[in-house]
Ligand binder design. Structure first.
Ligand SMILES: C[S@@+](CC[C@H](N)C(=O)[O-])C[C@H]1O[C@@H](n2cnc3c(N)ncnc32)[C@H](O)[C@@H]1O
Length: 337
């Protein structure tokens, strides 16, 4: 891909794009922040409306090439930064007043398809799994992390009941020779699972998810990103998140519920209690999911959940409560090799 290619040559399926657009309504103009630019699907769709501006970021430097294409087409209305969204406040000015801040979490189809990066089980390249701006790679994690810590990560971040068995197998293997590729790692994990052929999904799915989350500190990123976005939005601004696994969705749901105007009532017979110290209005507490049609066209969308909340005017300065609530995730992801 190079900057002379046209936008239509970027082959990418942005997940739940129609729902995202109907919530953020770019036809009314304004500035939008795309925290997970990827192949630029959302940014490009927003920029089709002439009164819009988009500030996009992505931690992966390989996305710069797609950003260059959009920059060439919309030089005045589009800007891109290679950065992590936990660092949003260093990029966005406090008085910018964006209409919406959008997060589309996880890996992109480009990252998955890149054989050299080790995100997919079949990858024969180095076991990296790094999205960009990382402290360490999956190679370092599986080859050097203490066996007990590894089991803990696999169990908690992958929701994998056989975490200990898998960590044991990994430790046994690496004592002989280093685990170099994703394909090799998948082979070891499959060997640790009993009757692995009976499983519908690849039995390495959960362990791969856990190691990827750990390498990229994805839960810490999400929590800090949500906090930063809440601080940057003013009244009417929207935070919208598309997530792909239950840990992410749990964080988004808890974050919005904790900080929403309407707290859960202790009894359904009592009048609805307004919590004036909240920071959001939520129109629905249930997540939106992709249509059957979208799932048929793009299987990657099948696990997507979309949640959004609308900011009110209350000043959000103290994030202690939410940071405490998710302390456990910070601790796991801070574990040293
Ligand atoms: C699912 S893709 C986004 C696809 C995009 N919405 C589109 O339509 O092309 C997720 C992207 O978010 C990026 N990403 C993940 N975590 C990030 C973080 N903490 N900060 C910045 N970018 C991140 C990944 O590198 C990846 O490119």
């Amino acid at each position: 891909m190079n900057a002379t290619m046209s936008l239509d040559e970027i082959k990418h399926n942005p997940v739940m794009l129609d729902q995202v657009l109907s919530i953020i309504s770019p036809q009314h103009g304004g500035t939008f922040i795309d925290c997970t630019f990827g192949g630029g699907g959302y940014s490009q769709a927003i920029l089709k409306y002439s009164d819009t501006k988009v500030i996009a970021l992505d931690r992966d430097k390989s996305t710069q090439r797609y950003a260059n294409i959009l920059k060439k087409k919309f030089p005045e209305r589009f800007n891109f930064f290679q950065n992590k969204f936990s660092d949003l406040k260093s990029i966005i000015k406090l008085n910018l007043n964006p209409r919406a801040i959008i997060f589309d979490l996880g890996v992109s189809s480009f990252q998955l398809a890149d054989n050299q990066r080790g995100f997919s089980f079949k990858s024969k390249g180095t076991l990296s799994m790094q999205m960009g701006i990382n402290k360490y790679s999956a190679y370092e994690v599986v080859n050097t992390l203490d066996k007990k810590k590894l089991a803990h990560i696999i169990k908690l971040l992958g929701d994998e009941k056989d975490g200990k068995l898998i960590a044991n197998k990994i430790a046994k293997y690496r004592a002989e020779k280093p685990i170099k590729t994703a394909e090799e790692l998948a082979f070891i994990i499959n060997g640790a699972k009993k009757n692995y052929k009976k499983y519908k999904k690849n039995t390495a799915t959960k362990t791969f998810q856990a190691i990827r989350i750990f390498v990229n500190q994805e839960l810490t990123e999400l929590i800090l990103g949500l906090v930063a976005a809440t601080k940057l939005l003013s009244k009417g601004g929207i935070i919208i998140v598309v997530s792909f696994h239950s840990l992410e969705d749990k964080i988004v749901k808890n974050f919005f519920n904790l900080y929403s105007d309407l707290n859960k009532n202790p009894s359904r017979y009592l009048p609805i209690k307004e919590n004036k110290s909240g920071f959001f209005k939520q129109l629905s507490k249930k997540p939106f999911i992709p249509s059957k049609k979208e799932i048929n066209q793009n299987i990657r969308s099948r696990s997507a959940k979309l949640r959004y909340a609308i900011r009110n005017n209350n000043l959000f300065s103290n994030s202690e409560e939410i940071l405490k609530k998710f302390e456990n995730y910070f601790k796991i992801e801070e574990m040293r090799l």
